[in-house]
Design a protein around this ligand. Structure first.
Ligand code: F0G
Length: 452
């Protein structure tokens, strides 16, 4: 266990500022109920020397250096050097330039930081290696989460790989089949609760500690530390030249919290000469943060002082971000303020079209991830993002996570139901399969007609 008193948990509410030792299993401040940050004394860090160390580690075979999370360990120093690290070689995800997708958004080019290249196919693996390794350091044998599918797939893999028991709670009927299949395959005790994500969280949240199970939702600040490395790695890939904007989808808002904390620390330590701006994109039917910020602006209030945002019945086909009561909303508000960030909403049609464009660009992603491109397009059209801006859009999950959605879209069968209303999604960029008889002449004719 890390007994360094310079590493500690601190309440995010600056007026409270309560601190706790790092090995105390606590997710909310005992005094005021707010979430906690992990803070370190990072004085003495030499940014230019560390940039070189990070690069040199790419030639190493040390398992920590092969991980795109632990290669940056000086910036997430919560474990002592001798601690066991549970790693599946997460991170190391590409930053892919795309002209096709960039032009769709009204930009010459866009860069996708594709977290779908992770071992379980989503950005959750960056956080999970950190959280599960901390669970192991605490001597925990069972770990759990409530999830819209990706956290649970990731937790299931890392728990089993680390010899721990995974317990996952998922809202029945609200997650993509690929994600459920992963959890079963990785051997997790899989509990489907007859509620949506928020309802499941409500009933499960407080029973876990009583059952001696370590909670690994993004209220767990060690997960956030791991997810910071997504941004660290992206900045390294850009040779530490920050983009103008980083655009990402928002659900429970853990990733927004992680990116903001990572950017602030990189800036304070001298890794970056300026701060990129964050743009968080939510689906129209599941946009509690967007609503909160709009309401705060119209009433001239500080959003952090308002009641937690809640949408009672969130609805979106992008099931990963179908969340009405995001636990990390206050951290997200703080990070948007620190980065002069914005929050935008996109429709189901916009998400579906953007996803098809990302697919056609040869890149592909799951529906929630496509909100990044749809949101970028909207923000360029409204003039918030300049048409010559450098934009990094984060693709949070792999295309194979939700093939039902992709097939339904291309076959013109995708429908979105919200309350009493069902609305068809137009297959504007559909790519239909062609069926032919086993006849060479007919196939040749078809090829001559179809190829350009
Ligand atoms: N994109 C994907 C693919 C996700 O799985 C999630 C969240 C998000 C975006 C939103 O990230 O919650 O940090 O704002 N998935 C969680 C889960 C909630 O349980 O897998 P966030």
């Amino acid at each position: 266990m890390n007994t360094d008193p310079k590493t500690f948990l601190r309440c995010i509410d600056t007026a409270c500022g309560a601190t706790y030792p790092i090995d105390q299993v606590l997710f909310e401040c005992d005094r005021c109920g707010n979430l906690l940050d992990i803070l370190y004394d990072l004085t003495g860090i030499d940014a230019s020397a560390l940039k070189q160390t990070f690069l040199q580690r790419k030639l190493s075979r040390d398992p920590r250096d092969l991980s795109g999370v632990w290669r940056f360990r000086e910036l997430i120093p919560f474990l002592p050097p001798e601690a066991r690290i549970i790693s599946l070689r997460e991170g190391n995800t590409p930053l892919l330039p795309s002209r096709t997708s960039g032009e769709y958004a009204g930009l010459p080019l866009i860069h996708f930081k594709h977290q779908g290249f992770n071992p379980t196919g989503s950005f959750k693996d960056n956080g999970m290696t950190a959280g599960v390794s901390q669970g192991a350091a605490l001597g925990r044998k069972s770990i759990a989460c409530v999830s819209t599918g990706n956290t649970s797939a990731s937790l299931a893999a890392y728990a089993s790989y680390g010899g721990m028991q995974a317990v996952i709670f998922i809202p029945v009927g609200h997650i993509a089949a690929g994600k459920l299949a992963q959890s079963l395959d990785y051997g997790a005790l899989t509990i489907q609760v007859e509620a949506n994500f928020d309802g499941t969280w409500q009933v499960v949240r407080n029973v876990l500690e009583q059952a001696g199970i370590y909670l690994l939702n993004s209220v767990n600040p060690f997960r956030i530390e791991g997810q910071k490395t997504i941004i660290i790695e992206a900045m390294e890939q850009l040779d530490w030249e920050p983009p103008d904007w980083i655009v990402l989808p928002g659900g429970n808002l853990g990733n927004t919290s992680a990116f903001g904390k990572g950017l602030r620390e990189l800036f304070d330590l001298g890794f970056l000469s300026r701060m990129p701006r964050l743009a968080v994109i939510q689906a129209e039917g599941a946009a509690p943060l967007h609503r909160l910020l709009r309401q705060a602006a119209s009433e001239g209030k500080d959003p952090a002082e308002m009641c937690p945002p809640v949408i009672a019945d969130p609805a979106t086909l992008a099931s990963a971000i179908k969340i009405g009561a995001p636990v990390s909303w206050k951290k997200a508000v703080r990070e948007l303020a620190a980065t002069k960030g914005v929050c935008e909403i996109v429709s189901e049609q916009e998400i579906a079209d953007a996803k098809a464009v990302i697919g056609r660009s040869g890149i592909g992603c799951e529906p929630a991830s496509a909100a990044s491109l749809a949101g970028t397009r909207k923000l360029v059209a409204s003039g918030v993002i300049a048409p010559d801006a450098n934009v990094v859009a984060v693709l949070t999950g792999n295309s194979l996570k939700d093939t039902d959605y992709t097939l339904a879209y291309h076959q013109g069968e995708l429908k979105f139901t919200s309350g009493q209303r069902t609305q068809p999604i137009e297959p504007r960029m559909a790519n239909q399969p062609v069926v032919v008889p086993p006849d060479s002449a007919q196939i040749l004719t078809l090829l001559r007609k179809s190829l350009h």
